[in-house]
Design a protein around this ligand. Structure first.
Ligand code: FAD
Length: 279
C-alpha cells in the first residue's frame, strides 16, 4: 500500500523544525530514521497531514560521554551508538541491547531517540532507558524540558511528549561502579522483535554480595516494567528472582506466544540474565 497524501517538511535548523511542529500541531509527525513510521504510513495505520523530516537539522547527531551519563542526539543511528566505544564502555548495557535491535540495515537508519519515542514495548531501548532511570530532552517553541523515563511511557506506543515537541536527545545515566549487566531474549528468528526479553543490572559489594539487582522487560505489558529483584536475589539467587518476577508480572498472548509461555519466559530469562550479569 502507499501512504495517504501528506505535506513533507524538511527544516534546515532546530528553530525552523520547532516552529514547523508548533504550526502543524497534532496533524504532524516527526520523521527520523523512518524504520517504524514509514511502515505505519504505508499500511495507513497512521495518516498525519504533515511529516516533519528532521534529518537535515544540524547538531543532533552527537554522542557525549561524561563520567555520569551518555547523551545521545536525535539523529544518532543505532549503529552509531553500537560502534561508539566510549559510550559502550561507560554503559555496556547499551551494546548488549543494541545487538538485538532488528537487523543491521534497520540499525543503520533507525535512531536511538526514535526508538525511545516510538514507545514500542517490544523494543529494547525503552526497557534500557527505564532500567537505567534515564530521561528524554524535549524541546518546543515554548522551551525545553526533561522527562524521566518513569513518566515518559503512558501506554502502548504512547509517550507523554506533546505533538509540538521534538525529543532532541536521550540521556542514559552511567550505573554506579561495580555494576554488571546482561540482556537476554527469545525471538522466533534473529533480528525479529523479542517474544520476551530481559535487561538486568546488578551492583555487587566488595565481598561479591548483591547490593542491588533490577530488571526491565521487553514485550511484557504496554510499557516497559522495571522490577527491583534485590531481595529475592539475595535470599535465593537468580532462580528465586525469576520466580519473583513471574509472580509480579502479567503477560498478554498474541500470534507469537501465549500469555502462559511468555510468563514462563519471564522466569527463565530473568534467572538467565542475572546469572549472566553476575558470572
Ligand atoms: C523489520 C524491522 C524490524 C525491527 N525490529 C526491531 C527490534 O527487534 N527491536 C527494536 O527495538 N526495534 C525494531 N525495529 C524498529 C527500529 O528500531 C526503529 O528504528 C525504531 O523503532 C524507530 O526509530 P526511527 O528513527 O526509525 O523512528 P521513526 O520511524 O522515524 O519514528 C518512529 C516514531 O517516533 C517519533 N519520533 C522519532 N524521532 C522523534 C523525535 N526526535 N522526537 C519526537 N518524536 C520522534 C515519530 O514521529 C514516530 O512516531 C524494527 C524495524 C523494522 C523495520
Amino acid at each position: 500500500m502507499k501512504p495517504a497524501p501528506f505535506t513533507y517538511h524538511r527544516p534546515r535548523g532546530l528553530a525552523e523544525a520547532l516552529a514547523t511542529l508548533a504550526d502543524v500541531g497534532a496533524h504532524g509527525k516527526v520523521l527520523a530514521g523512518g524504520q517504524s513510521l514509514m511502515p505505519l504510513l504505508s499500511m495507513r495505520l497512521a495518516s498525519p497531514e504533515h511529516v516533519v523530516d528532521v534529518n537535515a537539522v544540524p547538531g543532533l547527531d552527537g554522542v557525549e560521554v561524561t563520567r555520569d551519563e551518555v547523551r545521545v542526539g536525535a539523529l544518532v543511528r543505532h549503529t552509531d551508538l553500537e560502534r561508539h566505544d566510549a559510550a559502550c564502555t561507560a554503559i555496556p548495557l547499551l551494546r548488549q541491547a543494541l545487538r538485538y535491535v532488528a537487523h543491521p540495515t534497520v540499525r543503520n537508519r533507525g535512531t536511538v531517540v526514535g526508538s525511545v519515542c516510538h514507545a514500542d514495548p517490544a523494543a529494547e531501548l525503552p526497557a534500557v532507558l527505564a532500567l537505567l532511570g534515564g530521561r528524554v530532552v524535549a524541546e518546543s517553541t515554548g522551551g525545553r524540558r526533561e522527562v524521566a523515563a518513569s513518566d515518559l511511557y503512558v501506554g502502548l506506543l504512547e509517550t507523554c511528549l506533546r505533538a509540538d515537541e521534538l525529543a532532541t536527545a536521550v540521556v542514559f545515566p552511567v550505573p554506579p561502579g561495580r555494576s554488571r549487566s546482561a540482556v537476554v531474549e527469545v525471538a522466533r528468528r534473529g533480528g525479529d522483535y523479542a517474544v520476551c526479553g530481559v535487561a538486568a543490572l546488578v551492583r555487587v559489594d566488595d565481598a561479591g554480595g548483591v547490593d542491588d539487582a533490577r530488571a526491565a522487560y521487553v514485550s511484557v505489558g504496554d510499557v516497559p516494567p522495571v522490577l527491583d529483584l534485590t531481595e529475592p536475589m539475595r535470599s535465593g539467587g537468580p532462580d528465586a528472582a525469576g520466580a519473583y518476577a513471574v509472580s509480579r508480572l502479567r503477560c498478554e498472548g498474541d500470534i507469537h506466544a501465549s500469555a502462559e509461555y511468555r510468563l514462563h519466559l519471564v522466569g527463565v530469562l530473568t534467572a538467565r540474565a542475572l546469572r549472566e550479569a553476575t558470572a
